[in-house]
Design a protein around this ligand. Structure first.
Ligand code: CTP
Length: 400
């Protein structure tokens, strides 16, 4: 299926973080976003246009009066971008935007643009804290400009403070969000993810192979679609998705407490976590030393979190997961009904490209009407979108 080309303008201004904009350009291009770079003269003191030209495969613009690419002037450049992202954005460009000054190509493009604008400020911490900059950022935010706030960290001037360009994945996520319908705005979605760890002494635990990828994809996509997201996660190696309220837990009991104490505040619960059904009946205070002969561990049942949610769910939409190695549909359907879920996402452990560690999944989504939607092999982020489509349909159905 031919998809429409996504188009962005990347504005680069003159701060030391300009070198990071090269990596940002590469990441955008990797996401199939056709990216045209517009640099200020000061930016060119930090990094050359050739770098961006090589990474984007497109000419780089900086001169307002250049005749070289007369087919792309400031107006058509502004029109090229379905989104304009300025990274790094100096105090200077922020001030010019706030005041409506257009004295070079980038500021002119920004004034002519009607596309969403994302500003990623990066500067010395004292400049960032200055009331003039704060005020300008407030003006722009009120005008609908999206600000990807800088982080705290080491700054080029040998100090630490707030002013460091936001992480690139956060900027890319903001850009990607441009093409996503915010159809879940107003919803509060709690997603659980990852494995749980059930300790039996201070250094050992029982766990499973869950990577957390499916749950993190759901949290990322729900956030991108405008929902407020709480991600309750067991230990994983994944970066926390931007913009979600993250609650890290270890054991099933901790996960149950984290979920149940927030249940009243949410409208949707998606339980992608691989919760250990059993935990060691006791936890030794000291490390268990080896002895001759076998060691027997007694296990006891963990709380069934989704079962508890199902019993108190009210009007919430509840989605569970089932990972099966046999009788996929029959087992999944039994869980859907027994635990009072609205949907269950079932995957077959034996199928290639499905399950715990993969970036892809192949699933069937079962509903209470007996419907079975087969979602073929695709990226977990796309699977997440399909699951959220079903959640959205249920929400709309209940409202209507
Ligand atoms: N789940 C849960 N609490 C548990 C175990 C599972 O909330 N203690 C949730 C999972 O997050 C998932 C769903 O229940 O959404 C199904 O998990 P699964 O382990 O496949 O189901 P079980 O009912 O535990 O069945 P079985 O282990 O017998 O297959």
């Amino acid at each position: 299926m031919a998809t429409k080309e996504k188009r962005a303008v990347l504005g680069v201004t003159g701060g030391i973080a300009a070198y990071k904009a090269a990596e940002l350009a590469r990441l955008l291009v990797k996401k199939d976003i056709s990216t045209i770079v517009v640099m200020t003269e000061h930016a060119k003191r930090f990094i050359t246009p050739l770098t961006f030209q090589t990474l984007t495969g497109k000419p780089v613009f900086s001169d307002l009066f250049s005749q070289e690419h007369y087919d792309l002037n400031h107006i058509s450049l502004a029109a090229h971008g379905e989104v304009i992202v300025v990274a790094p954005a100096t105090a200077n460009i922020i001030g010019k935007m706030a005041a409506g000054i257009a004295d070079d190509l980038l500021s002119t493009v920004l004034l002519a643009a009607r596309a969403p604008v994302i500003l990623c400020p990066a500067m010395n911490d004292r400049m960032y804290a200055h009331p003039a900059v704060r005020n300008n950022i407030d003006i722009l935010r009120n005008r609908g400009v999206q600000i990807v706030a800088p982080g705290y960290g080491e700054l080029a001037c040998n100090t630490a403070g707030t002013g460091r360009l936001a992480e690139l994945d956060e900027i890319v996520e903001a850009v990607e969000g441009t093409w996503t319908d915010k159809d879940l705005a107003g919803e509060r979605i709690l997603v659980t993810a990852g494995p749980t760890r059930e300790p039996f002494d201070p250094v050992r635990f029982i766990t499973n192979y869950s990577s957390g990828k499916m749950g993190y994809a759901l949290a990322t996509m729900a956030r991108r679609r405008g929902a407020e997201v709480i991600l309750v996660s067991g230990p994983t190696a994944l970066p926390v998705p931007r913009g979600v309220d993250f609650v890290g837990v270890e054991s099933a009991v901790e996960m149950r407490d984290a979920v149940m104490s927030r249940l009243e505040t949410v409208t949707v619960v998606i339980k992608a976590a691989a919760v250990a059904d059993y935990r060691p009946a006791s936890r030794a205070g000291d490390k268990i030393k080896k002895k001759r002969g076998p060691l027997t561990l007694e296990l006891e049942r963990n709380p069934d979190i989704i079962g508890e949610i199902g019993a108190r769910k009210g009007k919430r939409v509840v989605v569970g997961f089932a990972m099966e190695s046999e009788n996929l549909l029959a087992n999944a359907k039994a869980k859907l009904l027994a635990k009072n879920m609205d949907l269950i996402v079932a995957n077959d452990l034996r199928q290639a490209g499905a399950g715990f560690q993969c970036d892809t999944n192949v699933v069937k989504i079962l509903d209470l009407q007996g419907g079975v939607e087969t979602v073929p092999l695709m990226d977990k982020l796309e699977i997440a979108a399909r699951i959220l489509d079903r959640v959205k349909a249920l929400i709309d159905g209940r409202a209507g």
